[in-house]
Ligand binder design. Sequence first.
Ligand SMILES: [Zn+2]
Length: 496
Amino acid sequence: MGPPFHITMLFILSLLSLLSDPVFLTPIQNDAVFHYINDQQNEYIQRLKNWVAIESDSSDPSKRDQVNQMMEITKDYILNIGGEVEMAKIGEQEYSPGVKLPLPPVILAQIGNDKDKPTVCFYGHMDVQPAKKDDGWKTEPYTLQETNGNLFGRGTSDDKGQVLALLHAVESVKKFGLPVNVKLVIEGMEEVGSQGLEKLVEDKKDTFFSDVDYIVVTDTPWLSTKPGITYGARGNCYFMLEVEGAKRDLHSGGFGGTVYEAMSDLIYLLGQLVDVKGKILIPGVYDDVVPLTEQEKELYKNLEFSLDDMQADTGVKQLLHDTKAKILMHRWRYPSLSIHGIEGAFSGSGTKTVIPAKVIAKFSIRQVPNMNPSLIEKQVTDYLENKFSERNSPNKMKVSMVIGAQPWIADMNGPLYVAARNAVTKVFNTDADMIRAGGTIPIAKRFEEILGKPVMLLGIGGSDDAPHGQNEKISKYNYIEGTKLYASFLQEIPLV
Ligand SMILES: [Zn+2]
């Protein structure tokens, strides 16, 4: 008589699990790659130092040569690690009326071209925000400096450090046999609106991008010290609300109490938009917001996020909501309305007694799936027109929506996200935070719309890197472990 049936089954099942265990299917062992990455740390930091030294500030036309130089250096490095590179020309930029500057070329690169392997296309950028020591930097912004485990310098986090981590990861995995084809789109105008990029992607849809299976943006921070994967971003509907009264500015001594004042009308209207708890008062605005599911609710439980830190960082006395989950939901998955400013209003110091003739308020609604910008435009316009006519002022009111950027949300259960989550677990021994951006990431939405392929944001920036501020940094930990994250991700992709 053989062993009892259930023992036999257990034996067969454990054999099967051995066979299906990814470790046995992976052509490369993570450990060997990780070991190699550890050995290269100093070289990785030196390369970042060299790249940070190039002042590739895309907002300053006098530094355009350095942006171009940065693109050349990136090209050379990709060639060096065995890639093919096309420097795609994307035309000119009219910098000011009549003054034209060629736009820096976009790098379209490919490493590996095996029809049997999946192709992952990574996006990043080589230009940086402006930086001067006088702005309040503790160190020279274009001289990388290591202090207490952090690498300070403009572009260390946004985005040179992240792109380099990816390139180093590709180079490392390639040493052992790259299990995917890698494509790269690296631009030099991201910080000033990615001029020319969208058209290039459209033009190359059926050529360069035709065999791309997945798109990964490597230009994003984590929520905390725990690795995060970004699967959504809010959109933005930006409004101008104009009220015009007199044909010129008046003096309150001569005209106060005799005319309908444009500013009073405007303040009244602004007061109708949102209540003290942040609830938007415009009818219908919440109608299309995707309902919260139990599965999504679960995700918020394990996120590492501190309300105390947020309060300390912002210096506010009290937040609008009292739990981590509610605060993050209101940042990521519910719309919000913010009032930004009033053009034409007296805003200097001192006591000017003007009655402004025409004032324009700026406010915006961060909208979320499945809100539709053109519907929001109509709801806002109808509501404000109603409120204004109720007020019975003879002044002229005009409302217009000047930006209508769509929100973006990905299927986080798709293979791309499973591969990234597995990679996070392997490198960091923890579950990834599944996060969204409260702001807008137009590139994610556009890539998805134009190419119809899944998009994910897998960055390695820290939550406190100050990417656009003074003293930008990336921690050495994020830079090196982030390299391993990309290396592991490249190996996980073919397994899902
Ligand atoms: Zn960036």
